[in-house]
Design a protein around this ligand. Structure first.
Ligand SMILES: Cc1cc2nc3c(=O)[nH]c(=O)nc-3n(C[C@H](O)[C@H](O)[C@H](O)COP(=O)(O)O)c2cc1C
Length: 198
């Protein structure tokens, strides 16, 4: 079996031999209460998993809400299901529970500003978070889809499960579609970017 060499974050790597220091191994008692340092290390290790980037949307009465999410995955093909993980205090999670619906737009590599915007608390100061962004309301759920994205899914909220300091928002996909052919926006090592050239 191949042994796994623990690696340091880019900032922590010694320049001479970046792959060989086993002291960088991240071990912890999973039942211990969390510490800031442990969260930082965990986030740093997990950041080596490259993901796409989405904006997850819902509505609360007349107000449309969205946030940037990389913790997206499809879950089941039959029935069609997906999930996103949202921070415990997330207004979108609370609203998706109340409205019973949410949507996910997969972002393209030229939508870095959109990803930053939907991660910025200042969007709540605007009467409409989606003002300057091309969007359409998905007819069955009424949730906003960002039409400059790559693809979208509209969901019925199936289940919301507490998971540590986050909740898992599980959706049953009622409709979905492809929007345009473009390269995806990628989140890797704490940075937003495109897919690096081969
Ligand atoms: C690339 C990227 C990915 C993110 N992924 C998530 C995520 O998966 N879950 C989450 O809760 N927040 C994630 N965030 C942070 C939220 O977008 C941000 O904290 C947002 O303001 C939360 O909105 P809310 O206060 O309405 O919940 C991400 C931010 C960025 C820039």
């Amino acid at each position: 079996m191949t042994s796994i060499t623990p690696v340091r974050t880019r900032a922590e790597q010694p320049t001479d031999d970046p792959m060989s220091d086993p002291t960088a191994a991240f071990t912890c008692d999973p039942d211990d209460p969390g510490s800031e340092e442990r969260c930082r290390r965990f986030r740093s290790v997990a950041s080596r998993f490259a993901t796409g980037v989405t904006v997850t949307t819902t509505h609360d009465g007349d107000q449309h809400l969205g946030l940037t999410v990389n913790s997206f995955t499809t879950v089941s093909l039959d029935p069609t299901m997906l999930l996103v993980c949202l921070a415990g205090g997330s207004q979108v999670a609370a609203a998706a529970e109340r409205s019973g619906v949410f949507a996910v737009t997969v972002l393209a590599d030229d939508q870095g500003d959109t990803a930053q915007w939907f991660a910025d608390r200042r969007r709540y100061a605007r009467p409409d978070q989606f003002d300057d962004l091309p969007h359409q309301d998905e007819p069955r759920t009424g949730c906003r889809v960002l039409t400059d994205g790559l693809a979208w899914f509209a969901c019925r909220t199936e289940q919301i499960t507490d998971a540590g300091d986050h909740v898992i928002l599980l959706g049953r996909v009622g409709s979905s579609g492809v929007l345009r052919d473009a390269a995806p926006l990628v989140f890797f090592d704490g940075h937003l970017g495109g897919v690096p050239a081969a």
